[in-house]
Design a protein. Structure first.
Length: 202
């Protein structure tokens, strides 16, 4: 394995009103750059966001714990993001169809939800994004129907990285959607565009 860090960016979104917890992983001797680089939509510049092919890491380190983020929709009044980083604090709510009322869940109302995480600096070995969510159709809640991942170095121009694989529905469980890249990703900002019905997501 290369001495350069291998990083996993993990987003745990706890479903149907959602409690994402962004997490990421990095191995020692990380090669992180603080230099902002604009990303265009051209294929050649998209390639600049790709590193070497991903190799099996010996271990990984969370890089997103406690990192700030913005959302396109405010959390519901009864299911607030109480201290502003519940989506990245790595504290997950319990499984169970009726557990959405737990204080560790953050709930967002219907329609598309966009969450943009700022990792603080450019990381060069990101290879995975995970999103945990509460899988239930109870109380007007529903799991996501799709999640697109976009990346950026400067927070202005974003490029598509791929889509998450959503597991088969299991009522009352806390499931995890996953995106794994074939190439290491270079980015500071990770954006999740979460599609869903006109329902809550936790």
């Amino acid at each position: 394995m290369s001495k350069r860090a291998q990083q996993i960016f993990t987003l745990l979104i706890i479903a149907a009103m959602l409690l994402p917890v962004f997490a990421g992983c990095v191995t020692p001797d990380s090669d992180n750059s603080d230099t902002s680089v604009n990303i265009s939509e051209t294929e050649s510049e998209v390639q600049e966001d790709k590193g070497d092919p991903v190799t099996e890491p010996e271990f990984s380190t969370v890089i997103s714990t406690g990192k700030p983020y913005t959302t396109s929709v405010e959390a519901g009044e009864k299911y607030p993001d109480s201290y502003g980083i519940e989506l990245t604090d790595n504290i997950t709510g319990p499984a169970g169809s009726a557990e959405y009322k737990d204080v560790n869940y953050v709930g967002y109302p219907g329609g598309t939800l966009t969450i943009t995480l700022d990792l603080g600096k450019i990381h060069t070995k990101i290879y995975e994004v995970r999103m945990g969510y509460l899988s239930t159709t109870n109380a007007g809640i529903a799991p996501p129907s799709g999640v697109k991942i976009k990346i950026s170095k400067d927070g202005r121009k974003y490029t598509d990285a791929g889509e998450m694989t959503i597991p088969e529905y299991v009522d009352g469980d806390r499931l995890e959607a996953v995106f794994t890249s074939e190439y290491y990703i270079r980015a500071r900002y990770i954006r999740l565009e979460i599609s869903k019905l006109n329902t809550w997501i936790f």
